[in-house]
Write a protein that binds this ligand. Structure first.
Ligand code: PMV
Length: 324
């Protein structure tokens, strides 16, 4: 049966960088994120007894090599759980360019997990879907539940999954993404995670995680935007410090990234309350309250060098959608 699913990308306020278990993608720390309304994948999966092999098409292009292998491995996991041996046809589209620096793996593997499991006849719980999505791409587990999400690190595969802290309509904050890089990242996050421990600051980062997560959850509970913003901005710099001091060093920023960071700080000092966070790429995610989106956007447009601005509100997690 062909099933089509829409799943959002997510932005982590407290990041996942480094794993306790490489193969099972069990993270070194818990993380906190928000699903994004305007960055998503739409994926159809059809397990069909007539197929002679898995077929994977992403953004209109037939996948081959390691990209296809990674999807096929995920399909095999679903085959193993469901006891079905058919091959599948997977057709996936992202609403953002693949090389825009927005990770498609989170939305892609969340959508693939839900679509494949239903197509194979499985009716899995949100927790189980999150665990399976995690095995495809760590951060994908956070794109299964709705809204504001915590991925509890856990210690075994069965207890490392994401769950919803608050629904999408809980708080009207936005993630305004300034897209500046159109190139694919040089070092994938899968590889980057394995380098984290080589940074002399990694241990300190991990030690500080539990109190930081407690604090940001409290700020989220109280909708204390100033506290929330202070924590998420410091956290982004903390993670990039580990990246830049690992061996080999990982620099995901380009000059424009730093220019926007400094501008965000300047705009804030002038009364526009905005905070930045950055993932494993050059783009800057600017977190603000809904009321400040228009001013922020016009400031960004004046900068030059920003190729696209994506405005995201909090969104629901992976959902089956009607076929077109
Ligand atoms: O899920 P991965 O392997 O693409 O790792 C995601 C890493 C960051 O985006 C940098 C942080 C995060 O928690 O999303």
């Amino acid at each position: 049966m062909k099933i089509t699913v829409k799943a959002p990308a997510n932005i982590a306020f407290i990041k996942y960088w480094g794993k306790r278990d490489e193969k099972l993608r069990i993270p070194a720390n818990s993380s906190i994120s928000m699903n994004l309304s305007n960055a998503f994948s739409i994926t159809s999966v059809d397990f069909d007894e007539k197929l002679k092999g898995d077929i994977v098409k992403i953004d209109g292009v037939l996948s081959a090599g390691s990209e296809k292998d990674r999807v096929a491995r995920h399909l095999s996991l679903v085959r193993k759980i469901s006891g079905k041996s058919y091959y599948a046809e997977v057709v996936s589209k992202n609403n953002f360019p693949k090389a825009s620096g927005i990770a498609s793996s989170a939305s892609g593997f969340a959508a693939l997990t839900l679509a494949a499991s239903l197509s194979a006849g499985l009716m899995l719980s949100e927790k189980d879907l999150s665990i399976i999505a995690r095995l495809g791409s760590g951060s994908a587990c956070r794109s299964i539940p709705d809204g504001f999400v915590e991925w509890r690190q856990g210690s075994r595969s069965e207890d490392s999954y994401a769950y919803g802290l608050y629904p999408a309509d809980y708080w009207n904050i936005c993630d305004v993404i300034a897209i500046i890089g159109q190139t694919s990242k040089k070092v994938s996050s899968t590889k980057g995670h394995t380098l984290s421990e080589s940074s002399p600051f990694y241990k300190a980062r991990i030690l500080g995680m539990a109190p930081k997560i407690r604090e940001i959850k409290l700020a989220l509970k109280n909708k204390d935007f100033t506290k929330f913003g202070d924590i998420l901005e410091a956290e982004a710099i903390n993670m990039h410090t580990v990246m830049m001091t690992s061996s080999p060093a990982l620099y995901y920023w380009v000059p424009k990234t730093l220019e926007i960071i400094l501008k965000v700080i300047e705009w804030r000092s002038q009364g526009l309350e905005v905070y930045f966070t950055i993932d494993a790429g050059p783009n800057v995610h600017i977190i603000c309250e809904e009321k400040n989106v228009i001013n922020l956007k016009s400031n960004l447009l004046k900068l030059g060098g920003v190729k696209e601005i994506l405005i995201n509100r909090p969104a629901v997690g992976a959902r089956v959608i009607n076929l077109p």
